[in-house]
Design a protein around this ligand. Structure first.
Ligand code: GLU
Length: 383
C-alpha cells in the first residue's frame, strides 16, 4: 500500500478510504441489562452504511466483560482477573452474535479479531495480525476487534481499548481514528460550570490548563477521557488524525460534520515499538540523571551511559522499560534498560572504559541504547 497524505480536517472524513472506529463499553452495555440492542444496532447501521459505500472500517468494540456480568449472575464488574476473563469469554460471544445479526441485516459480514499486546509488538505476530486484517478488509468484512480478555494476564493487558485502537489504527495504516464514548467532546472545564467545547487540538498547547477526567461515568468502561485523549495523541503523533466524540454522534462524525474534538496529525509514522514504549509500557523504575546526561539523551539523541546516572529507583531486570528522569523529577524519556537494578549502583558515575577494565567487557555497553529509547512529550494534565 502506498503512503497516503493525512487528512487535515474532519470535513474530509467522508472521502477517506480506511477508518478505525472504537466504541466503549458504556455506550453499548449496562451492568444490569447487558447489551443495549438499540445502541448496538444504531451504531452497526451507521457503520454498515459506510461500508457499503466502499469505506473500509475496522470496529474496535469494548463491552465483552460488561456483557458477561449478568449472564454469570454477577452484580458488578468483577475485580479478580479470572472472573473478568470468564465474563469476557461469555460476553464476547454474546457481543459478536448481536453484531453479526445487526450487520447481516445490511448484508455485511463481520469477523472477530481478538488481540493481545504481543500480537502487536512481536514482529512475527504483528505481520500475522496485519495480514489477517488486510485479507478481511479485501473480502469486504468489517473486522470487530477486542483485546483477548479471556486469556490476557494482568501483566500484559492493555486494560483499555482506547490505546489498543490507536495501535490497531497504526497497524492497518488507517486514515483516521474515531473514538466514541458517552461524552460528545473534550471541554475546557466541567460542563456544569459553562465550559466550552474544544473543537480542535493541534498540539500540547491546546490542552494547557484542561483537566481531563480519568474515570468513566457509568462504571462499565475502564478508560475515561484521559485514555481517549492519550489514544488520540498516540494516533496523531504517528500521522493519523483522530476524532473524539459520543456514540450518538457517530453518524455525524463519519459524515464529516462539526462534532467532537479533532486531533490533527502531527508526526510521521513511527515504529510501533516506540509508540508502545512511550504510551503503553509499564515502567518498572527510573534512572535519575545529571544535567549533562539529560542533555545528551534529550537533545543530542545519545545513548545513556553509567557516568551520567546519579540514582536508580525501583526493581527491574535487564530488558525492562524504565524512565529516564532529570534531577528536577521530570521524566524525559522511556527506554529499555540493559542491566538489572541490582547491578547498576556499583556502576554509577563511572566511565564504560573503567567498568570494562574492572568488571569485564560485558559492562562496556550503554545503560539504555539510543535505539531503545523514546523522548517524552509534555505530559497531559489529568485529575
Ligand atoms: N476489553 C474490555 C471489554 O471488552 C474493555 C476494555 C475497555 O473498557 O476499554 O470488556
Amino acid at each position: 500500500m502506498t503512503a497516503r497524505r493525512a487528512i487535515k480536517t474532519r470535513s474530509s472524513l467522508p472521502q477517506v478510504k480506511r477508518i478505525v472506529v472504537k466504541v466503549g463499553s458504556s455506550s453499548l452495555t449496562s451492568l444490569a441489562g447487558g447489551i443495549s440492542d438499540e445502541a448496538l444496532v444504531k451504531l452497526s447501521n451507521v457503520i454498515a452504511a459506510r461500508r457499503k459505500e466502499g469505506i473500509e472500517i475496522i470496529l474496535v468494540s469494548s463491552g465483552a466483560i460488561s456483557a458477561g456480568v449478568s449472564p454469570l449472575g454477577l452484580t458488578s464488574r468483577p475485580r479478580h482477573l479470572s472472573s473478568q476473563q470468564a465474563a469476557a469469554s461469555v460476553g464476547q460471544g454474546l457481543l459478536m452474535a448481536r453484531y453479526h445479526d445487526a450487520f447481516a441485516a445490511h448484508g455485511v459480514i463481520v469477523g472477530q479479531v481478538l488481540l493481545t499486546l504481543d500480537d502487536l509488538m512481536r514482529r512475527s505476530h504483528h505481520t500475522n495480525a496485519h495480514r489477517a486484517m488486510e485479507r478481511l478488509l479485501n473480502f469486504g468484512v468489517v473486522p470487530i476487534v477486542n483485546e483477548n480478555d479471556a486469556v490476557a494476564s494482568q501483566e500484559i493487558r492493555f486494560g483499555d481499548n482506547d490505546r489498543l485502537a490507536a495501535l490497531v489504527a497504526h497497524l492497518v495504516k488507517a486514515d483516521v481514528l474515531v473514538l466514541l464514548s458517552d461524552v460528545d467532546s473534550l471541554y475546557d472545564g466541567p460542563p456544569k460550570d459553562g465550559a466550552k467545547r474544544i473543537p480542535e487540538v493541534s498540539g500540547p498547547k491546546d490542552l494547557e490548563g484542561v483537566n481531563i477526567g480519568s474515570t468513566g461515568a457509568a462504571g462499565t468502561g475502564t478508560g475515561g477521557m484521559a485514555t481517549k485523549v492519550e489514544a488520540a495523541i498516540i494516533a496523531a503523533s504517528s500521522g493519523i488524525p483522530a476524532l473524539v466524540t459520543s456514540t450518538d454522534n457517530a453518524e455525524d462524525a463519519l459524515a464529516g460534520k462539526d462534532v467532537g474534538t479533532w486531533f490533527s496529525a502531527k508526526g510521521r509514522r513511527k515504529p510501533i515499538r516506540k509508540l508502545w514504549l512511550e504510551h503503553v509500557a509499564r515502567i518498572q523504575g527510573s534512572l535519575i540523571v545529571d544535567d549533562g546526561a539529560a542533555k545528551a539523551v534529550g537533545e543530542k539523541r545519545r545513548s545513556l551511559l553509567p557516568a551520567g546516572i546519579v540514582e536508580v529507583k525501583g526493581n527491574f531486570e535487564s530488558g525492562d522499560p524504565v524512565a529516564i528522569t532529570n534531577q528536577h523529577g521530570v521524566a524525559i524519556a522511556h527506554g529499555l534498560v540493559n542491566y538489572d537494578s541490582k547491578e547498576l549502583p556499583q556502576m554509577l558515575g563511572r566511565s564504560t572504559r573503567e567498568l570494562a577494565k574492572e568488571l569485564g567487557h560485558e559492562y562496556e555497553r550503554s545503560v539504555v541504547h539510543v535505539d531503545d529509547l523514546v523522548l517524552l512529550r509534555k505530559r497531559l494534565p489529568t485529575s
